[in-house]
Design a protein around this ligand. Structure first.
Ligand code: COA
Length: 263
């Protein structure tokens, strides 16, 4: 893939996607959102890409959200902001927006503000550097953040409101207490830890099964139990006839590591 505002690197079955505008704290320009859309689509379509990791270039920011300078410039000139339309024409640029169920991990290595919070939220798991700072800062600039509509399926309404209306940054530790962050790691180690986790998932977990659980959790959330279980059964039924579902128990009985082929 072409490299620019977003870098795409494949290491075995693990893909690293890097937001790459460190001079602007990896702020999300329209071009960056388009490239993220392409990168995640490429990841989804590549049968040999099993786990995705998202991070930010440099050691200061994961992403500082929408490019406010682009917006100010566009507003001053009367043009449409390059940071696409704020709502209607923003391309789906995240695993959730694209309904990707392959496991994804955000390695948050610095500021994750506004759209940066969104990029982390839309990965399945978050590893944060102990110095990372989070916040939904749209309220400081009178800008909308429709991606936060489903934040309360991840954390409580109370915590979502705290993150949005209290104009203090949220530490990595506080974000973990909120249930937003899974792991807090020493300074400079977020990507390393995310890659360790990603590699162990790719090496040990059956890919179809992993994806079916992730899909089930997102799609069944909030449904009444009977409806949720029926949908869960519908999502997981194809596993029963897979070669990998025979390989798992056979490998256990033969005291060896399963060799999954996603078939
Ligand atoms: N859009 C465009 N440029 C941004 C940016 C953004 N969201 N966030 C940071 N930058 C740029 C700064 O303008 C600065 O560029 P310059 O060196 O040419 O002046 C550079 O990145 C470094 O940022 P700076 O503010 O000097 O660093 P800092 O460490 O003092 O503060 C932040 C970092 C992220 C806390 C601060 O830049 C900030 O609050 N950014 C806005 C975040 C935000 O609220 N985004 C919401 C969008 S809805």
């Amino acid at each position: 893939m072409a490299e620019g505002d977003v870098l795409y690197e494949k290491r075995g079955r693990v893909v690293i996607i890097t937001m790459n505008r460190p001079q602007r704290m990896n702020a999300l320009s329209g071009g960056m959102l388009d490239e993220l859309n392409k990168a995640w689509t490429h990841f989804a379509d590549d049968e040999d890409a099993w786990v995705g990791v998202l991070t930010g270039a440099g050691d200061k920011a994961f992403s500082a959200g929408a490019d406010l300078k682009d917006m100010a410039e566009a507003n001053a000139s009367g043009n449409k902001p390059k940071s696409r339309g704020r709502g209607s024409v923003v391309p789906p640029s995240t695993p959730r927006g694209l309904e990707i169920y392959k496991p994804t991990i955000a390695a948050v290595n610095g500021y994750a503000l506004a759209g940066g919070w969104w990029m982390a939220q839309d990965c399945d798991m978050i590893v944060a550097d102990e110095t990372a700072q989070f916040g939904i800062t749209e309220t400081l600039w009178n800008l909308p953040g429709p991606w936060a509509a489903d934040l309360t399926s991840r954390i409580s309404i109370r915590h979502a409101i705290e993150a949005t209306v209290v104009p203090e940054r949220i530490t990595a530790q506080r974000a973990r207490e909120m249930g937003f962050v899974n792991w807090v790691v020493p300074k400079g180690k977020a990507l390393e830890r995310a890659l360790e986790i990603a590699t162990s998932i790719a090496e040990r977990c059956a890919p179809a099964c992993t994806r079916s659980f992730i899909e089930m959790y997102y799609r069944c959330h909030g449904k009444p139990v009977a409806e949720a279980r029926a949908l869960g059964m519908h999502i997981q039924r194809p596993l029963m006839t897979m070669e990998d579902s025979k390989e798992g128990p056979r490998a256990f009985a033969e005291k060896r590591k399963p060799q999954f082929k996603n078939r």
